[in-house]
Design a protein around this ligand. Structure first.
Ligand code: CS2
Length: 471
């Protein structure tokens, strides 16, 4: 085992609370914070971060406070673990501990310049690209209740910021959604418009919502990963996160004011993020979701277990290159075959134990961008999409036969998956399959065929499909 430890080289006491991160979990610690860390190492500066959580537990923040916000990132592959000490936090904030006004007050503090979001797909409370006004939590907030959703908290903070006559601010989404900046903007504006049209106008003028594509595989921490970090570090760090060495962040260059040193820390700033987002959402996340369901039906637990199955690995490579890559616009300087092979190597990382049931959670929020959108393009182009069909069929089969995983639509999905015709029942649920795809008879027919095959056994289906694709 080769271990190295790189201590933090900038002065934490010089940092000011200029960035607020809402949804401060493992991914936040291991991705955007690592970019900022490298930026501070390279350039210095005073960009400190306040770590906030909303509905998830406060313990993780208390635990950071107990060590002045310092924690380690362990980048692991094969026999090598590189530990980095991260020391850029200025404090933490949680409404349950600090009061409901605490996060809005931070948004309206003069030094605050950028708000980062990792709130997962469902945290945006949208439906069909707009704020979903029918969601109970949104309704309660709009009826005068305390802000509890990220969108409500953001608008409450922006309202105070406007009242305090402070300048604009940037809200930067770091979640796996296409056009995540535009989606955040639509949700925030949708909420503000219900409250006060002048506030909505102020937001339009003063707040920027750049889109970004984020990539780093950061599985939930387990006892094993804590033990691996402790043995590499020589002591326990309860706040450490173990992840892969790879990281990528492509950010739309659209900031309201000064930009934190993300680019200096390795991020790419571009005019248009969309082609990068589509590439990553379809090749990486599309493959992940396929593995999550098909892999579980095969009895595997982790992504790396799936990669040891040669036939499944071949299907995933086919999905990436023949089905998903075919739907992308050409991206200058990117070799998609090399990108796919690098993804497969990343998936093989046995140090991560990236659980399939973790990836399977919230699938109703992931299917549209990861599988349905590319299927629609392939159908239109009359291209083959057999592995994508298998992925959707595996999801429907898994919903009815595997232990349930968290999903905001879990109850209706399970009910539909246990009907006589689960394929028709699941695919016709409202706002799940895009309108352009749902009525196409060939869409449902292909998923039904794949579902029938899976009824005969997942292993035989994978073997036969791999054989058919080789021909
Ligand atoms: C995964 C992602 O859980 C999931 O849905 O597909 O978290 C994935 O690991 C990251 O997007 C990688 O960048």
């Amino acid at each position: 085992m080769t271990n190295s430890l790189i201590p933090c080289s900038y002065e934490q006491t010089l940092l000011k609370p200029r960035i607020l991160h809402i949804g401060f979990g493992a991914f936040a610690r291991a991705h955007p914070m690592v970019y900022l860390h490298h930026g501070l190492v390279a350039e210095g500066g005073d960009w400190g971060v306040v770590a906030a959580r909303l509905n998830s537990g406060v313990d993780a923040l208390d635990s950071l406070d107990a060590v002045q916000g310092r924690y380690h990132i362990a980048e692991a592959y094969g026999d090598t673990i590189t530990l980095r000490e991260i020391g850029l936090l200025c404090g933490t904030c949680h409404p349950a501990r600090d009061g409901v006004d605490a996060i809005p007050a931070l948004i309206a503090s003069p030094d605050m310049s950028v708000i980062l979001l990792t709130i997962t797909e469902k945290g945006y409370c949208t439906k069909d690209g707009q704020l979903d006004l029918t969601q109970a939590a949104i309704q309660a907030e709009l009826d005068g209740g305390l802000p509890t959703t990220a969108i409500g908290v953001l608008v409450s903070g922006l309202e105070r910021r406007r009242a305090a006559d402070l300048g604009g601010i940037t809200i930067l989404s770091c979640d796996n959604q296409p056009d995540n900046g535009a989606l955040t903007r639509a949700a925030v504006l949708g909420f503000a418009e219900e409250l006060d049209l002048n506030l909505a106008e102020w937001i339009r003028t003063h707040v920027r919502f750049p889109s970004s594509m984020v990539d780093r595989i950061v599985p939930a921490m387990t006892d094993d990963s804590h033990t691996a970090v402790a043995s590499a570090l020589g002591r326990d760090d309860p706040n450490a996160v173990l992840c892969e060495p790879f990281r990528q962040w492509v950010i739309e260059d659209d900031f309201a004011n000064e930009r934190p040193p993300f680019a200096e820390g390795g991020a790419m700033l571009v005019a248009d993020v969309q082609p990068f987002e589509e590439m990553k959402l379809r090749l990486l996340n599309g493959a992940h979701t396929t593995l999550a369901w098909l892999g579980q039906l095969l009895g595997y637990q982790t992504v790396a277990d799936c990669m040891a199955d040669k036939e499944l690995r071949a299907l995933i490579r086919h999905l990436m290159l023949a089905e998903q890559a075919a739907t992308l616009r050409p991206l200058e300087g990117i070799d998609l075959a090399a990108y796919a092979d690098e993804l497969l190597k990343r998936f093989e990382n046995t140090r991560l134990r990236h659980r399939l049931d973790q990836i399977a959670s919230d699938s109703s929020q992931k299917m549209p961008q990861r599988l349905f959108a590319p299927i629609a393009i392939n159908l239109e182009a009359k291209r083959e999409w057999s592995v994508s069909a298998l992925a959707v069929a595996a999801w429907i089969k898994g919903l009815g036969s595997l232990p349930p995983v968290p999903d905001p639509r879990q109850d209706e999905l399970r009910r539909a998956a246990l009907c006589n015709d689960p394929v028709a029942a699941v695919l016709s649920l409202p706002s799940l399959v895009p309108d352009a795809l749902r009525p196409l008879a060939e869409f449902q027919a292909a998923i039904s065929v794949a579902f029938e095959r899976l009824q005969g056994g997942a292993k035989a289906t994978v073997t036969n499909t791999a054989e058919e694709l080789r021909r």
